[in-house]
Ligand binder design. Structure first.
Ligand SMILES: *Cc1c(COP(=O)(O)O)cnc(C)c1O
Length: 481
């Protein structure tokens, strides 16, 4: 976007004494009875701007953003799919949006019914027995899951202190384990990216509480040994936790419960199409088997003779991980999404997300070799080819080059086990045309880099800021550009 250089000023720098946006008298002001000793002595230093100035200022800032509504967003492991507007309408219905969180069960039958039905549909989809909708995101669900495991082993009178995590895992897995005071045991993946059962057996035993396994894993590959893995974990008396962030590859095709897992998490902002935050609330869930159900957070919803009631469980519950039933507004959006799809269409979500990832992978494989030599699931992990690396070009240069071409960069440098990783997840909601444009942009970045490496190292050129020292930018953000 082109803008006059003076537009880059902060709102306070645009301030002009005496300019106002609102001309009517504030009716509340006259009535406010703030005691004199609590009133401020000097007026606050706020920008003095006209309403039009303010609208233009914030509209311009909003247009500097990349978002799923404006750009293809192939962020691997994040499932940045389209957020249907219908979900927003459902969540905004007054009966849901205006319900007081302390309203009695008799006054909240509609919301309780929704939570009950959502719970039933999700446990069925996962092939498991029970669920909590309280967690606020995936990482919070992991935390909840490990609390369940802890309570489960305490109840059995067992002390187990170790969480086993493959080296391909998302950083939240070992982070959750250490937050909970467990020791993390790392296992190296095989060259094909999978977990080797014999290797696993060397790392599990009476101290093992849980194996946290991402399925399909972060390389976009299905753990074909999962049943043998589950058997080994159970023989050691431990629990198998599935990180379900990648459920988009399995939804409607496989019930994770059939694979032998004990519990898994869901990320509603990934698989179930709710927005990825932006500062707003998120939602996650833990779905589990019967033996973990008594420890679930409360309340859950129970049906009793045609009525829905809050169920506070018994003393085995881990308590609450979030107020009330969790971020109910987000759950309404996920429910709307579920109702909009038949069982077959859920399978299509997985099928199209897998086809799209393989389409991108196949078209790019000559310029950007794929880490894995086999077909991928819903995402592919590529690296820059030798003709690029020979010229000193890195994954970061590819990412910056894509930004200049109007694409949000894919996930880069993750998973950590792949040197110079570029992780692309198109999701099922992107069209062939968009994928073709993205592939063309990736090829164009390659050609630019090989022909003139320095010019690609200078990318991005089209944004308000060029290359930042990203660590410094995160630690000491300089918002005055
Ligand atoms: C996104 C993700 C998480 C964390 O989920 P949040 O909802 O972002 O907290 C965990 N594991 C994997 C594999 C993920 O992709």
């Amino acid at each position: 976007m082109i803008c006059a250089p003076t537009e880059n000023r902060l709102s306070i720098e645009k301030s002009d004494a005496g300019r106002r946006g609102l001309f009517c008298k504030n009716p509340l002001r006259a009535r406010a009875k703030v005691p004199a000793n609590l009133r401020r002595k000097a007026a606050p230093r706020l920008p003095e701007l006209s309403e039009f100035d303010v609208v233009r200022h914030f509209t311009r800032l909003s247009r500097l953003n990349f978002s799923v509504d404006t750009h293809f967003y192939p962020l691997g492991s994040c499932t940045m799919k389209y957020n249907p507007r219908f979900n927003e309408e459902a969540a905004a219905l007054e009966g849901f949006a205006a319900l007081h969180p302390l309203a009695h069960d008799t006054c909240s039958q509609g919301t309780l019914e929704l939570l009950h039905d959502l719970s039933a549909r999700l446990t069925e989809l996962c092939g498991l027995d029970a669920i909590t909708l309280q967690p606020a995101a995936g990482a919070h669900s992991e935390f909840t899951g490990l609390l369940l495991a802890k309570a489960y082993f305490e109840d059995k009178g067992e002390t187990r202190t170790e969480i086993v995590v493959p080296d391909s895992a998302h950083g939240t897995n070992p982070a959750t384990a250490s937050m909970m005071g467990f020791t993390t045991v790392n296992i190296a993946s095989e060259p094909d990216g999978r977990l080797n059962v014999e290797e696993l057996k060397k790392h599990i035993g009476p101290k093992t509480a849980v194996l946290m396994l991402t399925v399909p894993n972060t390389l976009g590959i299905f753990e074909t040994n999962i049943e043998a893995i589950a058997k080994a974990v159970h023989e050691a008396g431990a629990l198998l936790y599935m990180d379900g962030a990648n459920l988009n590859a399995l939804i409607g095709l496989v019930k994770p419960g059939d694979l032998g897992i004990d519990m898994m998490h869901l990320n509603f902002h990934k698989t179930f199409s709710t927005p990825h935050g932006g500062g707003g609330p998120g939602a996650g869930a833990i779905v589990c088997r019967k033996h973990l159900a008594p420890f679930l957070p409360v309340p859950t919803v129970r049906k009793e003779g045609g009525r829905y009631v809050s169920d506070f469980g018994d003393k085995r519950t881990i308590g609450k991980v979030k107020a009330f039933f969790g971020n109910t507004g987000v759950l309404v959006k996920a429910y709307a999404y579920m109702l909009a799809h038949s069982a077959k269409e859920f399978g299509d979500i997985a099928r199209y997300s897998i086809i799209n990832a393989n389409y991108v992978r196949a078209l790019l494989k000559d310029l950007y070799p794929s880490y894995s030599k086999e077909h991928c699931m819903h995402e592919c992990v590529l690296t820059p080819g030798e003709d690029m690396t020979a010229k000193g070009l890195k994954t970061l240069d590819v990412a910056k080059g894509l930004i200049d071409r109007g694409f949000h960069a894919p996930t880069i440098y993750f998973p950590l086990i792949v040197h110079e990783a570029i992780m692309i997840e198109p999701t099922e909601t992107e069209s062939k045309e968009t994928l073709d444009e993205f592939v063309a942009a990736m090829k164009d970045v390659h050609d630019q880099g090989v022909a003139d490496p320095q010019s690609l190292k200078d990318a991005p050129r089209t944004l308000p800021v060029r290359r930042l020292d990203e660590v410094l930018a995160a630690r000491q953000p300089n918002l005055r550009w």
